[in-house]
Design a protein around this ligand. Structure first.
Ligand code: SF4
Length: 474
């Protein structure tokens, strides 16, 4: 699914003016951020765990070909069928052909970002399959016709009242005057609607949080248990996973799972952690008769050999989004890509192209909170800066490019720089007329609309420095 075409600034302005969205986003710091801080404080080795997580991912990426082959061997040994998809279209084709071979009509799904990335639902629905999302947040956005606005909380942009409104509209068969005033009532209603879908599904599709080369297993974590019903009840289970999800051993996977829950939701461990190693064996009480694993590249192999390789460490915890002042102001949809926030600003241009999503790297103050909380220490600011450099080189940033060129010209000519700086300082001080700040400034209305620009106080930095060198001032 390609990002929206409208400019980031337009979408951001609309998000900032959306009072309902702003109310929903106001809960992020008190929720996920506070919960992460609590569990981090309770685990003295948390920083050491982050370094271990980073090293595990770096090692796996350095030997990705070997670990993917080992995963394939062991998954086939356990009875799974393994498929390789080079592109999004290939991945959709493979899933569709498995569905057709199984004679499927109804497909249940648990949350999978890679399925959003490749536009799987639209492809299956175009082939007349009924596709039902079973994660509560995903179910809500599916009935709204939206994409997720967060990696682990896809409906974070909505309040319980918004969801109640959607349920009343969608579940017309239920009494209109039913009580939907509590989150528990909403969950109960979704559960009642989804239960027959779980029981009637021909195919269950899940993502995978991790793939384990040592055992050929896919690890799937949820807090709702919906993935377990999705993968256990239908006759055929399809795991859709991007290739960078593979880690060498179960022990490595456990390290990353300890980081994932703490960093994402602020839990010590996610409520349901399920290992899928092949289909049902003789004597097993339940499980699918067929298990397929679709390994999706879709641009990752190319990333592996690029200067953005570290982004492939991502375990999709969402912590960088929760701590990003820009994400928390505009929400996920304003990014116009299914990957939002700091991770989206790095990953989206890599997957969808800099022309389509390169502007997302501008959606950062570079405060560095994102990389300070990333459980696998991805240098997100450095990687976003790389995309800004690409935009600059390609002239995609218009005015900012002209200004940066002008600045670079002056910076290479110190005498001229000093004259211009002195002139600029005097003009700004004159415009402030002794008030200490400017509330309006030509060409900077967007900045001064929300805050005052402090007026220069006294001489320029260079003038003060020169006087200090001459010991005119202490
Ligand atoms: S970049 Fe780091 S913090 Fe952000 S989602 Fe990925 S692992 Fe989590």
């Amino acid at each position: 699914m390609r990002p929206a075409a409208s400019p980031l600034t337009g979408r951001s302005a609309a998000a900032l003016a959306d009072a309902r969205l702003q109310r929903a986003l106001a809960d992020v710091p008190g929720g996920f951020v506070a919960a992460r801080a609590r569990v981090k404080a309770a685990l003295p080795e948390f920083e050491a765990l982050r370094r271990a997580g980073r090293d595990i991912k770096d090692h796996a990426l350095a030997h990705l070909d070997l670990y993917l082959e080992a995963f394939e061997r062991n998954a086939i040994g356990a009875g799974s069928k393994v498929h390789w998809a080079a592109t999004a279209a290939d991945a959709c084709d493979i899933v569709l052909s498995i569905c057709r071979e199984a004679g499927a009509r109804l497909v249940t799904k648990s949350k999978s970002m890679v399925s959003e990335e490749i536009g799987l639902n639209a492809r299956l629905e175009a082939a007349a399959l009924e596709v039902v999302e079973t994660d509560l947040g995903e179910y809500v956005i599916q009935i709204r016709g939206e994409t997720p606005s967060h990696l682990i909380a896809p409906a974070i942009h909505l309040s319980p009242a918004d969801i109640a409104e959607d349920f009343r509209r969608r579940h017309e068969q239920l009494p209109q005057d039913r009580d939907m005033s509590s989150p528990a009532a909403l969950v109960a209603e979704a559960r009642a609607i989804l239960r027959p879908k779980f029981l009637g599904a021909d195919i269950g599709i899940t993502g995978a949080n991790l793939l384990v080369a040592q055992t050929g297993s896919a690890i799937i974590v949820t807090n709702e248990g919906n993935a377990d019903l999705t993968l256990t009840l239908p006759r055929v289970h399809i795991v859709l996973a991007s290739i960078e999800k593979v880690v060498p051993t179960l022990s490595d996977a456990w390290t990353l799972l300890r980081l994932l829950a703490r960093s994402g939701t602020g839990q010590e461990f996610t409520a349901y952690t399920t290992l899928v190693t092949g289909p049902r064996r003789p004597g097993d009480p339940d499980g699918p008769e067929e298990c397929h694993v679709v390994l999706v590249d879709n641009g990752r192999a190319e990333l592996l050999g690029s200067g953005l390789r570290e982004v492939l460490r991502c375990i999709r915890c969402g912590a960088c989004m929760n701590h990003c002042p820009v994400y928390c102001s505009i929400g996920g949809h304003a990014y116009g890509s299914i990957y939002a926030g700091p991770i989206g600003a790095v990953l989206s241009p890599a997957l969808f192209g800099p022309q389509a999503a390169g502007e997302l790297a501008q959606a950062s103050t570079f405060c560095g909170r994102c990389e300070s909380v990333c459980p696998v220490e991805i240098p997100l600011v450095t990687l976003m800066r790389r995309w800004r450099e690409v935009s600059f080189a390609e002239g995609a940033t218009g005015w900012s490019k002209a200004l940066l060129r002008a600045w670079a010209y002056l910076a290479r000519r110190p005498r001229l720089y000093r004259v211009v700086a002195r002139l600029g300082t005097s003009v700004l001080a004159g415009l402030a007329r002794g008030r200490g700040a400017l509330s309006r400034l030509p060409f900077a209305e967007a900045w001064t609309r929300y805050r005052d620009l402090p007026a220069p106080q006294g001489a320029t930095f260079q003038a003060q420095w020169a006087r200090r060198q001459r010991r005119e001032i202490p």
